[in-house]
Ligand binder design. Structure first.
Ligand code: ADP
Ligand code: ZN
Length: 433
């Protein structure tokens, strides 16, 4: 179902017009309330009057994660402290957390965009929905929570941890939908099997998965093991939290809530805006935010924007799945490697569990890549020949996809650490020295 036809199916011209009007208002707001932006604009000889339509966005300065750190904690806040009703922080996957304050209106918009996502996934008032993102400073838990309530479904604020108890609740309360990271969804599947339950004992049919990159193969694996349909949901705390973009039933790219978050794709080196279809760094401008509005925030997430209308009827532009963050891209012997490439290869092979770890190191001045992967119980054996054959099969496939040699290390089922939140799939020892 489409939650807000007016905003999700708006004719393109009208949307550009709305975005232009909102941008003008935003620029004037930050110019008068955030010294950081006023100084930047003055340095560029730019005044709020220079922004007349959405096309003028290219004149505006970028904002980086470093800018947020330099202005820690509240330097980029535009609303007075008396208007801030909640504070979250980014999970700090790649450094110190950044602090984000929300006004009452920001929270209302967040619930609205979350309701659009959940509706697109097929959630209705009749669903009972478990929010299994962490509650707390992380935006996942509370963000999804209020979206479910706003939609009118029943929310079960399960958070993470205590997975067996959670699974019993899923069974006993007839929980039909769940929001969590894809890695937690996999972990749930394992615990179901360990408890002697089957997916048929549960009534889960919708999964809202996000907060970390995941591949199409991972989706198939989770869907098959949990007996549900898994949808992608994307977001980041600096911009709002979950709910920035979401898949519809077509599952062909994620629609961006463009009336609130204006997307651009740039070349991270030249900072030039790239045409639709080209992959680069995703940049967002928060068109309606009051607490901590951001101009052209560089997310470091790599993807492209998709042209064309979607059969679902929504006109909002779509983004392709995130390949990874520019920070996650490993450069090994000069070759770019994304963990998602390794994931695709491993999940295509029936011999392996969807659990892996990349260990990068430097030995004798040469980069090395070790890929640890769990062999499924049925395929794990004492037969050295069979194990060597399996190792070679994976090494060859990795070589053809990555163009470099990886040292494959087969490990026993259940030996790689599981994650309840964002998974950690890379250890780069080169950074530790
Ligand atoms: P942190 O940057 O500390 O992880 P957040 O908790 O705000 O902070 O996480 C936002 C980031 O999580 C995004 O910038 C993106 O890298 C990742 N992310 C969120 N949702 C998705 C998704 N659906 N697919 C891929 N990556 C995602
Ligand atoms: Zn669609």
């Amino acid at each position: 179902m489409i939650w807000n036809t007016n905003k999700e199916c708006m004719p393109r011209e009208q949307m550009r017009d709305l975005q232009g009007k909102r941008l003008q208002k935003l620029v004037s707001y930050v110019y008068h309330n955030v010294p950081f932006y006023r100084n930047k604009m003055q340095e560029m000889d730019l005044s709020p009057d220079d922004i007349r339509s959405i096309d003028d966005i290219v004149k505006l300065p970028f904002t980086t994660k470093q800018d947020l750190r330099d202005n820690y904690p509240y330097g980029l806040q535009a609303a007075p402290a008396s208007e801030i009703v909640r504070v979250h922080a980014s999970s700090g996957t790649t450094g110190n957390p950044t602090i984000v304050g929300y006004t009452r209106r920001d929270l209302a918009i967040w619930s609205e965009v979350m309701s659009r996502c959940l509706s697109a996934f097929g959630v209705t008032r009749n669903d009972t929905f478990s929010v299994s993102y962490g509650y707390g400073l992380f935006t996942g838990g509370l963000g999804a929570h209020y979206g479910v309530e706003n939609l009118g479904a029943t929310v079960i604020p399960a958070s993470t941890g205590n997975t067996e108890k959670h699974l019993r609740l899923i069974r006993d309360l007839n929980i039909t939908g769940i929001a969590c990271t894809p890695s937690y969804a996999l972990y749930l599947a394992e615990v179901i099997e360990r408890m002697g339950l089957s997916k048929d004992d549960l009534h889960l049919h919708i999964g809202a998965f996000g907060a970390e990159p995941w591949t199409e193969n991972m989706r198939q694996e989770i869907q098959q093991r949990l007996g549900l349909k898994g949808y992608n949901i994307y977001g980041l705390s600096e911009i709002m939290g979950p709910g920035v973009s979401y898949e519809c039933e077509e599952q062909h790219g994620s629609h961006i809530n463009e009336d609130h978050f204006y997307p651009e794709i740039i070349d991270p080196d030249t900072l030039e805006v790239l045409p639709h279809g080209q992959t680069g760094e995703l940049v967002f401008t928060t068109l309606t935010k009051e607490g901590m509005p951001l101009l052209r925030y560089r997310t470091k997430d790599l993807c492209s924007l998709m042209e064309g209308t979607c059969p679902c009827g929504r006109t909002n532009i779509r983004m392709t799945p995130i390949m990874g963050r520019s920070d996650d891209m490993l450069i090994i012997r000069g070759i770019n490697v994304f963990p998602s490439q390794v994931e695709s290869v491993i999940l295509e092979m029936k011999e392996f569990e969807p659990q892996y770890l990349l260990v990068v190191d430097r030995k004798n001045n040469l980069d090395t890549l070790e890929v640890q992967v769990e062999v499924r119980r049925d395929f794990f054996s004492d037969d050295i020949g069979a194990m060597l054959g399996l190792k070679k099969k994976l090494s060859d496939k990795l070589k053809s996809v990555l163009s470099i040699n990886a040292d494959v290390k087969l490990v026993e089922p259940n030996s790689i650490q599981r994650s309840e939140g964002k998974s950690k799939r890379v250890i780069d020892k080169r950074k530790l020295v």
